[in-house]
Design a protein around this ligand. Sequence first.
Ligand SMILES: Nc1ncnc2c1ncn2[C@@H]1O[C@H](COP(=O)(O)OP(=O)(O)OP(=O)(O)O)[C@@H](O)[C@H]1O
Ligand SMILES: [Mg+2]
Length: 254
Amino acid sequence: MKKLLEINHCRKSFGGLEVLKDLNISVEESQVLSIIGPSGSGKSTLLRCATLLETMDGGDLIYDGLYAARDQGGKAVYASPQELHRVRNMFGLVFQNFNLFPHYSVLKNIMEAPMLVQKRGRKEVEEEARSLLEQMGLADRADAYPYQLSGGQQQRVSIARALAMKPKILFFDEPTSALDPELTWEILRVIRMLAEEKMTMVIVTHEMAFAREVSDWVVFMNDGIIVEQGDPREVIDHPTQERTIQFLRKMSGD
Ligand SMILES: Nc1ncnc2c1ncn2[C@@H]1O[C@H](COP(=O)(O)OP(=O)(O)OP(=O)(O)O)[C@@H](O)[C@H]1O
Ligand SMILES: [Mg+2]
């Protein structure tokens, strides 16, 4: 299987606080990787480093063979702006809080980046945007504004917006944690559908049952390191490390 993402020896500190400590992750094409772990363990920081929203202090970041950053003597050296532009076109990111443009319609939210960043033609982009909305069960909401939608609908629009860029890999940072429990399932259903379509995804989530069901690989992080990783049925049902056992016990509420 082709490796789409590789992060080697990733290190990141904020001031004196070391948040990521020599982390390695690799994601193959069509794989769904879930990242679980307690608050403050560095999950979002890892995702932000992977998506170039933060710079790593040290380590390699490689997308489909293209180096976004290369470790040189323990320091991450980033590629040129042109190469980073190519890298940015390879992934999409869905945030916890949707981050839609409030003054744009749903359709315009989805069409903006493919037209402006990827310079694709309006007609093709609009056709695709409408078909993505249809796929998300929102065909009739193209002209609505974000404030007119429920949180679950807004999150589906932001997934459509990410997909409109045709990413090779899609990142989610706790995509359901800003949603009421009854809206959570809408998003989980969409992610499950994408997994069935073999979309490559990296998902930070607190939904253990979902991570167990949808992912091919689970990474448990604590304190900036990977404590345990493997098949979700192994890691979630039969954790071997004391820290993982404690965390899962807490998540299941006993
Ligand atoms: N920009 C920043 N400046 C300073 N410290 C930061 C910054 N971003 C994150 N941190 C710190 O890094 C640590 C890891 O934070 P991070 O957001 O990655 O954790 P997380 O695993 O995503 O937690 P949660 O489950 O609560 O979202 C925390 O101690 C946090 O306070
Ligand atoms: Mg986080």
